[in-house]
Design a protein around this ligand. Structure first.
Ligand code: HEC
Length: 723
């Protein structure tokens, strides 16, 4: 498949300005009809006036601010605000809402609040500055992301976890791989840098929030599942955007000079010709700055492709996959590393949020780093040298390893759970027992509040590889567990039904490995949490309930039923003037034609949210064409390899959030347009990528055969049920 060239500048600069202008007019026109919009301006000298000292002192000096992704550099996400308490929480209500996206994006951002201004991004990396008291728009900046970058996404449509505000600028990483500095006062672009370099192999998405500290801005990349990928983190000068240093996370072709000495060391731990696949190791989420050690902790992602037998035959630990790497922020050289999953074989990852704090350990206060990565163990490391202090399971659902050996510091893999030998259901799944969804750390109590789930994934080697020993790198779906259609279905039939899934929220003590309390959740996928000094735990749930619990015992105190979901979202709390607010981002609802929305609550809030009418979901009239069983079968494989990651699996469980329409509900009109939509890219601007390079018209016809066949089955089932 062709790499995407020139992703960064889809339009010539002049054309782009015209497009921006037209877009601006369209936006103005759209906004004329909105009530309550007032033009506001920010003070050029004071806007975004955030620096290291301010972020570090903010919990004590301005507990109402949220200045950085994880609230402060420590990323504890524990708020000192006390206005909302278990006693008055019943008075919570909506303060304001603002739709900032459409339904075919995922809303994962953590809003920042600086001096009464909320800076928040949507799935397509559009940044909004809003009045934090009422949601009125001050400015917005649209990076005009190349929509074709959607084909590099591992897990459905565009998403973005937020911005950094620093020294008068707002920084955003874009879904097409750029890092952009915006003037915090005016919303105008200051610089726009392509973070992709050829040594990183294929192009990528950025979904993580940049972090800004020590005069620099730090960013990695995502797309570990799409094509060839070699992860790295770049530190840019915050003022000029010049590269200060770059740290690679996986070694390149050993026939070429290594970029830095750590790569020579890492190359010893790989086997085969890993560099042809790239190896993976993207830092797609967590980057944590520590002013006490002048270091940046990089949370490194999974191997690509997932099976080590394909990726690195005869290899070893495959550094720095699934590793926490400490890098000196001045020199860009490594201080230490700790690998949570040596020789990653399951898409486990250490890119999950990290928190830093202090813990009494063996009678001594230790400066620690805390992480609950996908693999099911909760790690406590000494920030000084990476020494492993604790690694106890935070879930009962761990099949792949029996424990972490404290002598060797390594997990003990379970010899009965080798999917290379026998394809099988394994927990945790590739989505992890805990993923990036933010956790909240009460440093006084030594408790981590977070949600996790026990979900199994069916792991097997790629069919083509099993049969021929060759592995084909695909642009999308460089995976094991999803998208292998009929092959996967046959294996699952042999292996038996999927083990039951469950999800929990709890208050975990990482030193004893026990929960102070733990409660089951209704939805398998949920949002991150924030606990407060007021004794409250805010938790957006996948069901669409925004829940508030007592942080002492986890009892549900209050909840709000939203018209969208909070699957993999985030939450934060802030105070402006005398009022404490709590803000979360809601994923849109396709059925309701409702877009991604910022929801903000306060005591005695009495705003309402307009909820559109429910759209019809009955199967419409279907084409009468007769399709051959072979076409249907081929279409099944193609559909699950190319389309299911967004449109959802049909007949097999979906591994990802379904964010695109159910194609069984296509009208005859849409059937007629299908070639335009799928091959011609006519809906590319709405998040439906074009497959011109991937599919021919016969293959598309096979996909159509499968969809129509499934639509007829669904219609029959609906009719039966209504009788
Ligand atoms: C990266 C996510 C993604 C992938 C992968 C994807 N789609 Fe889509 N698709 C979308 C989104 C989002 C929409 C809704 C666009 C809109 O709002 O018009 C959509 C819409 C469509 C529609 C229009 C449906 C309707 O009822 O309006 C068709 C047809 C379609 N996709 C076919 C396919 C096929 C066939 C494949 C696989 C070859 C595929 N898509 C893969 C995201 C995706």
């Amino acid at each position: 498949m062709k790499p995407i060239d020139g992703l960064k500048t889809p339009l010539q600069p002049a054309l782009r300005n015209v497009a921006l202008l037209l877009f601006g007019i369209a936006v103005l026109a759209a906004f004329d009809s909105r009530p309550g919009l007032q033009a506001q301006t920010l003070d050029a000298a004071a806007a975004g006036n955030v620096d290291d000292a301010r972020i570090i002192s903010s919990p004590a000096t301005e507990p109402g601010s949220w200045l950085s992704y994880g609230q402060t550099y420590k990323e504890q996400r524990f708020s000192q605000l006390t206005q909302i308490t278990p006693d008055n929480v019943g008075r919570l209500g909506l303060a304001w809402t603002r739709e900032i996206g459409d339904y075919n994006m995922r809303m994962q951002g953590t809003p920042l609040v600086v001096d009464g201004v909320m800076y928040v991004s949507n799935g397509w990396s559009v940044v909004y500055a809003l009045d934090a008291r009422n949601g009125e728009e001050i400015w917005r900046y649209d990076p005009q992301v190349d929509r074709r970058s959607i084909r590099l996404a591992c897990c459905g449509p565009a998403h973005n976890r937020g911005v950094a505000v620093y020294q008068g600028k707002v920084y955003v990483g874009t879904f097409d791989g750029r890092l952009i500095a915006i003037d915090a006062a005016t919303g105008e672009e200051v610089w726009d840098i392509d973070t992709w370099i050829p040594a990183g192999l294929g192009r990528f998405n950025i979904t993580g929030a940049p972090r800004a500290a020590a005069g620099k801005v730090y960013i990695g990349q995502g797309s570990g599942e799409s094509g060839q990928r070699r992860g790295y983190v770049t530190a840019y000068d915050a003022e000029t955007g010049e590269v200060a240093w770059r740290f690679f996370l996986v070694p390149g072709d050993p026939g070429l000079p290594f970029e830095h000495p750590e790569m020579e060391m890492a190359a010893q731990t790989w086997g085969g010709e890993w560099w042809k696949y790239g190896g993976g190791g993207t830092a797609w989420n967590s980057l944590v700055y520590d002013e006490e050690f002048n270091s940046l902790y990089i949370g490194v992602g999974n191997g690509a492709p997932w099976p080590r037998e394909i990726r690195s035959p005869g290899g070893g630990d495959d550094l720095f996959l699934s590793t926490i790497v400490s890098v000196d922020v001045q020199t860009g050289r490594m201080n230490w590393y700790y690998q949570t999953t040596p020789g990653d074989n399951w898409d486990y990852s250490s890119a999950m949020d990290m928190t830093i704090g202090e813990i009494e350990f063996g009678g001594e206060m230790r400066k620690v780093l805390l992480q609950a990565p996908k693999n099911g163990f909760f790690y406590v490391l000494d920030r000084n040298d990476g020494e492993l202090l604790r690694a106890l399971p935070y879930t009962d659902g761990i099949d792949w390893a029996t424990r972490v050996d404290m002598e060797t510091g390594r997990p003990v893999e379970n010899p009965d759970v080798l999917y290379e030998v026998k394809p099988q259901w394994i927990m945790p799944a590739n989505s992890g027992a805990h993923n990036w969804e933010p956790q909240s750390w009460d440093n006084d109590l030594g408790l981590m509040y977070f949600y996790y789930h026990d979900i199994a994934n069916f792991y097997s080697l790629d069919e083509g590889f099993v049969e021929t020993g060759e592995y084909e790198i695909r642009e999308r779906g460089l995976s094991l567990g999803w998208g292998e259609g009929d092959y996967r279905r046959r294996l699952i039939e042999q292996a038996g039904p999927r083990p039951d899934s469950q999800a929990f929220i709890g208050a975990f003590d990482p030193i004893t490995g026990s929960y102070k309390w733990r409660h089951p959740l209704a939805s398998e996928y949920n949002g991150g949490v924030v606990a407060t000094r007021g004794g409250i735990l805010f938790h957006p749930e996948g069901t669409g309930n925004f829940s508030v619990r007592d942080s002492d015992d986890g009892q549900l105190l209050w909840s709000f039923t939203a018209p969208g979901t909070f699957r993999s979202t985030s939450v934060m709390t802030y105070q402006v003037d005398a009022t404490q607010y709590v803000a979360t981002l809601m994923n849109g609802n396709r059925t309701l034609d409702l877009g991604g929305t910022v929801l903000v609550f306060k005591l005695d809030g009495d705003a309402t949210m307009p909820v559109p009418e429910i759209v019809q979901t009955e199967v419409p009239e279907q084409p009468t064409t007769e399709f051959s069983p072979e076409a249907v079968r081929e279409g099944d494989d193609l559909y699950h390899a190319q389309c299911a990651s967004c449109h959802g699996g049909i007949g097999i469980p979906s591994e990802t959030a379904i964010v695109a329409p159910d194609l069984r509900l296509m009208t005859l009109g849409t059937h007629n347009e299908m070639a335009d939509i799928v091959l011609g890219g006519s809906r590319a601007q709405r998040g439906m990528p074009d497959f011109e390079d991937t599919l021919g018209s016969e293959q598309l016809e096979a996909i159509r055969a499968f969809i129509v066949n499934q639509a007829r089955l669904l219609r029959d089932w609906q009719q039966e049920r209504s009788q």
